[in-house]
Design a protein around this ligand. Sequence first.
Ligand code: PAF
Length: 252
Amino acid sequence: MLVIKNIQDWLQAHASRESNSTLGFVPTMGALHKGHLSLVDRSHRENDTTIVSIFVNPTQFNDPKDLNGYPQTLEADLSSLENAGVDVVLLPDYNQVYPDDYRYKIIESEFSQKLCGASRPGHFDGVLTIVMKLLNIVQATHAYFGEKDYQQYVLIKEMAEAFFLRTRIVSCPTIREDDGLACSSRNARLKSEERALAPQFYKTLTQKLSMAARKSQLESLGFKVDYLEEFKNRRFGAVYLGKVRLIDNVAI
Ligand code: PAF
């Protein structure tokens, strides 16, 4: 597995690739779990080469405490990517990725303002900007995103269409723990009693209840509800358990 820290090194390696081969890309912020590995697996099955990036993108954190508390597990991440047979890992730093210090941004003005965007101002500007940069750097044929972050996936797919990007944006199903909790890097931050309660979030999202009953059920269980909304044939939710914010969504 090739670990590349310098973007120029990647561009050089990429220039010598065969022009008709396929390249699958999985962008991540590290703290890898089964969900990320399922994206890697899909990329493997569909491409000649798979590249994964690990970059904790500061511009998508509206809360500095959330950024500081974000789990960083680089050594474990590299060994699980090696075991998963990844070909290349890109590990750029802030100065390389943001030579403009975030003066230039990608802004979507409608869907990015709803759901997570309403409670995390600027979050999707940061996500779309970093994904645009990474897609331009990596120049993959396919890029893989999980449906747990369904709003993010839709915004990225529409951005790729709006800007005529060459990379095909592929969505992959949410991977869940045996008890139904969607895999997320944030799960590691749950205290043991919060972790025991967390699967009730998904269970409540899938139950046949009115939205008001769903909200009060979650609140009476001990969740703080950020939002619960139905939009474009999906039911979306974001809740807090203590300091940890969890999101999930289901098709309806
Ligand atoms: O989903 C994530 O981990 C991040 O939002 C992404 C797509 C890697 C951009 O930083």
